[in-house]
Design a protein around this ligand. Structure first.
Ligand code: ZN
Length: 255
């Protein structure tokens, strides 16, 4: 599979791409460094975001369009996993400023077709992405494609477990990591985990503020033991399709 990673190009190669007649779409993968059960790596969200971005870039290239993925963001607001070793949370204003500054820098260079491939679902984090997109729109007029899977329109395309809200390091995310980076999944541990069918989204609506408070003392919700690489592969195509659709809508909007 060809490499769609922008940072593997030289500046002069990118300059040529930017000055070709067809616009080059950029996709920013956004994840977190966060506890994902005793069976998935802290980088689970980064792995998921990068793979969905890469698949979206490949789809666009296969259609004859030009697309690259940006170096991923691995730090976000991750307050729910406070208390778990290795989880790193940054302040909301830092997160918003980081995304805003990155996008603004690229827009100033002439990139106008930009999407966010986000895999970290904490509401306070999603709010930082929305705020960054809003700031960019106000400052430059450029709309950013951000298919937010926590919104009904996109969520209904995903699996039953995802829609149940019991979806942190459960069947949904474990399947995705099994598909993209199987060597990083602790299989023996995963297969022995009991299902934890507690809806994170409901608990959050009721005011919960941490995994531990909701009963996720091992930082997972859902059913990791039921995960399969096949499910992950299927879901990655759906996630990549959302990025492509959101970019297509941008193009229609800007025409
Ligand atoms: Zn995750």
């Amino acid at each position: 599979m060809p490499d769609y990673f922008l940072a593997h190009l030289t500046w002069s190669e990118l300059y040529d791409l930017l000055n070709q007649s067809r616009p080059c779409a950029l996709i920013l993968p956004v994840g977190s460094t966060e506890a994902h059960g005793p069976h998935l790596p802290l980088s689970a969200d980064v792995i998921i975001a990068e793979e969905m971005a890469a698949r979206a870039a490949r789809t666009l290239e296969l259609r004859g369009e030009s697309a690259l993925t940006l170096p991923p963001l691995a730090y976000s607001v991750t307050d729910f996993s406070e208390g778990f070793a290795g989880s790193v949370s940054i302040r909301a204003e830092t997160a918003t400023a980081l995304v805003r500054d990155i996008l603004l820098s690229l827009i100033k260079q002439g990139f106008k077709l930009i999407a966010i491939a986000n895999s970290h679902l904490e509401p306070a984090h999603i709010a930082t992405l929305r705020a960054a997109c809003e700031a960019i729109k106000v400052e430059t007029g450029v709309e950013i494609a951000f298919p937010d899977v926590t919104r009904r329109r996109w969520a209904k395309m995903l699996t039953d477990e995802f829609q149940s809200g019991a979806c942190h390091a459960g069947q949904y995310e474990s399947s995705l990591v099994l598909s993209a980076r199987p060597e990083l999944v602790r299989e023996e541990i995963r297969l022995a985990l009991e299902p934890k069918l507690i809806s994170l989204s409901e608990a959050i609506r009721e005011g919960a503020r941490s995994f531990i408070e909701i009963g996720g003392d091992q930082a997972y919700f859902g059913n990791p033991a039921a995960a399969t690489a096949e499910e992950g592969d299927r879901v990655f195509d759906i996630l990549a399709g959302m990025i492509v659709t959101a970019l297509d809508e941008l193009k229609r909007f800007s025409n």
